[in-house]
Ligand binder design. Structure first.
Ligand code: G1P
Length: 294
């Protein structure tokens, strides 16, 4: 029997964005722009490219502008139309999800990534689904999630996470994989640990913010056991599925930028700007001038 499709993606967006204060006092960090598009929109577009039809946002207080962003803005649309700014108007309309394709639920308390995913259980139901952490901006073609869905189909299901090798001193920032045999970009996962100290990390192969999960993850999350940082960790729930379901990591061909970090966010803006024909020439001049004046 062919594996079912991945139709739904969960976007945990309840985080307070304290690393970006004061910018994130009144604006959700997911709405900060990389060039001219909010970080969250890149994640949604990547999911759409991967075949996702239902976009589930796990929000928190103060995140309502994310809902507004994925809705019509009638005043703006009629103004653009009256001024015959058709390119801008089409850009806005094109990025709108289909009717009924977005849903929002709230994580009422910041109890961790696993808890955020658990909050989406009633919207996901009993089917495999994707999780996209929008802070991890993935740039490349085909998109990271599309590559993962292809791998998931090839493997025949189970858990699939995106992974990247990181310097060993950074393992405390990630879920870290105990790798088994690899075949091309796909590595079998023998174990996962959330945020281990470098000396205790099973490798330097780290999970980055894209997951394909089976519905069985919810019964593990429901145990609400606390892990690293006293939070309910998604990594710990995935670890409990080991041995019961296939578990693999995919090293995608995309570049990953950590938009949850100030320097990573600047890096994303520079890299995306340099790849954009409308921005790159002027940006390159500025970078060269700065290099010579430094
Ligand atoms: C989360 C996950 C971690 C993963 C990381 C990727 O951590 O818990 O396993 O490696 O995302 O960005 P966070 O960045 O929320 O601390």
């Amino acid at each position: 029997m062919p594996a079912p499709r991945i139709r739904k993606a969960v976007f945990p967006v309840a985080g307070m964005g304290t690393r970006f204060l004061p910018a994130t006092k009144a604006i959700p960090k997911e709405m900060l722009p990389v060039i001219d598009k909010p970080v969250i929109q890149y994640g949604v577009e990547e999911a759409r490219e991967a075949g996702i039809e239902q976009f589930i946002f796990v929000t928190g207080r103060g995140k309502h502008v994310i809902e507004d962003h994925f809705d019509h803005a009638y005043e703006l649309e009629s103004l653009l139309s009256a001024r015959e700014k058709t390119k801008e108007l089409h850009g806005l309309l094109e990025s709108l999800p289909n009717t009924g394709a977005v849903s929002f639920t709230r994580q009422q308390k910041p109890l961790g990534l696993g808890h955020a995913v658990l909050c989406a259980q009633h919207l996901v139901g009993n089917e495999p689904f994707a999780v996209v952490l929008p802070d991890d901006l993935m740039v490349g073609q085909p998109g990271a999630l599309k590559q993962m869905v292809a791998a998931w189909r090839e493997i025949g299901g189970g858990v699939v996470v995106a992974a990247e090798e990181k310097p060993r001193e950074e393992t405390q920032r990630y879920g870290v994989i105990a790798p088994g045999p690899s075949k091309g970009p796909i590595t079998e996962v023998l174990g996962v640990v959330e945020k281990p100290k470098p000396a205790e990390a099973p490798s330097n192969l780290c999970i980055i913010g894209r997951y394909i999960l089976p519905p069985e993850i919810f019964s593990e999350l429901e145990r609400r056991e606390r892990g690293a940082g006293n939070e309910i960790q998604l990594t710990d729930a995935m670890a409990r599925l080991l041995g019961r379901l296939p578990f693999h990591a995919v090293t995608t061909s995309c570049a990953r930028y950590d938009c949850g970090d100030k320097v990573g966010f600047l890096h994303a803006n520079l890299a995306v700007g340099l790849a954009r024909p409308d921005i790159a020439p002027a940006l390159r001049l500025i970078i060269n001038a700065l290099r010579h004046s430094a």
